[in-house]
Write a protein that binds this ligand. Structure first.
Ligand SMILES: Nc1ncnc2c1ncn2[C@@H]1O[C@H](COP(=O)(O)OP(=O)(O)OP(=O)(O)O)[C@@H](O)[C@H]1O
Length: 284
């Protein structure tokens, strides 16, 4: 079990904010942390890694990483950290980046092989694609066989194809190396695919803590499907009213009642759902 009960005053753009989180996860959990910009997600990861001072307690299985008396330095905490911007050493080849963490050539090649990067071992980071760099960063984070893998928006700089490849690697590494993983992400699909638990952080506090299914699925009750969108226009055509709604990259029209047309306005966030019909899925 991993227990985190920490406090830290943060100086945000709109004044002081207390980061105060108290939660527990189990070994082998994959926890996703989501929440608005500035809510304290990165700081929480840095605190777990020992890179930021704070008050409180952190215990990982039977080991205390921090309490009133103890504060293990980052190198004594068994964590691997994957940053948003890869943070590879530019003057070292791929294999040197891994061996810098631990001189275990056999394990380094095993990781590179798993990530399909074996051929790139002697290449330098500036000759790699974003997806390859992030997979190297993931391998490097695992060199010390960490108990906890921390990832701060690992997919944010990647295109959709690379994102999917990295997701597969992360899922495989998580299981194979018996990891407990904590990942900051804004992407519902990535969270749903990878995580079994999810926290929504708001203003430094744990606002929601549940399964991704519970927190992300928009269908409730008997609704067959549901999407979140924003009203971009409301128009009257003959005697009917139509709301024009933007959902992801699509624009849809939904017929609404006169009363709804009076109550809704442009800019409102809405959920569009259907109960009566099963949705049809057509490959495009
Ligand atoms: N060491 C620190 N001391 C005081 N305040 C800090 C410290 N580190 C970060 N902050 C402030 O705390 C707030 C939260 O920052 P943090 O980077 O943790 O948010 P975030 O949720 O990760 O945001 P984003 O999604 O934009 O990356 C910010 O306003 C930041 O300026």
């Amino acid at each position: 079990m991993i227990k985190i009960n920490i406090k830290k005053m943060l100086h945000g753009s709109s004044g002081e904010m207390e980061l105060a989180c108290d939660f527990e996860i189990e070994k082998n959990d994959f926890l996703a942390i989501s929440g608005p910009s500035g809510s304290g997600k990165t700081t929480l990861l840095r605190i777990i890694a020992g890179l930021e001072e704070c008050e409180g307690e952190i215990a990982v299985e039977s080991e205390v990483w921090q309490n009133k008396k103890i504060k293990l330095p980052p190198q004594k905490r068994e964590v691997g950290f994957v940053f948003q911007d890869f943070a590879l050493f530019p003057n070292m080849s791929v294999i040197e980046n891994l061996l810098y963490v631990k001189k275990d050539k056999e394990f380094a090649f095993e990781l590179l092989k798993m990530a399909g990067l074996e051929e790139l071992a002697v290449r330098y980071p500036n000759t790699l694609s974003g997806g390859q760099k992030q997979r190297v960063a993931l391998c490097r984070a695992l060199m010390r066989k960490p108990k906890i893998l921390l990832m701060d928006e690992p997919f944010s700089a990647l295109d959709p194809v690379m994102r999917e490849k990295l997701q597969n690697d992360i899922a495989e590494f998580h299981t194979r190396f018996d990891l407990t993983t904590i990942m900051v992400s804004h992407s519902p699909s990535e969270i749903y695919r990878l995580a079994n638990k999810m926290i929504v952080l708001n203003n430094g506090k744990v606002e929601k803590f549940s399964s991704p299914k519970e927190l992300l699925l928009k269908t409730s009750g008997s609704a067959k499907f549901a999407f979140e969108g924003k009203i971009i226009d409301i128009v009257g055509v003959d005697v009917i009213n139509i709301a024009i709604i933007s959902i992801a990259n699509q624009i849809v029209e939904v017929v609404i009642s006169k009363k709804e047309a009076e109550e809704l306005k442009i800019g409102d966030k809405v959920v569009v759902s259907s109960k009566a019909y099963n949705p049809l899925i057509r490959k495009i």
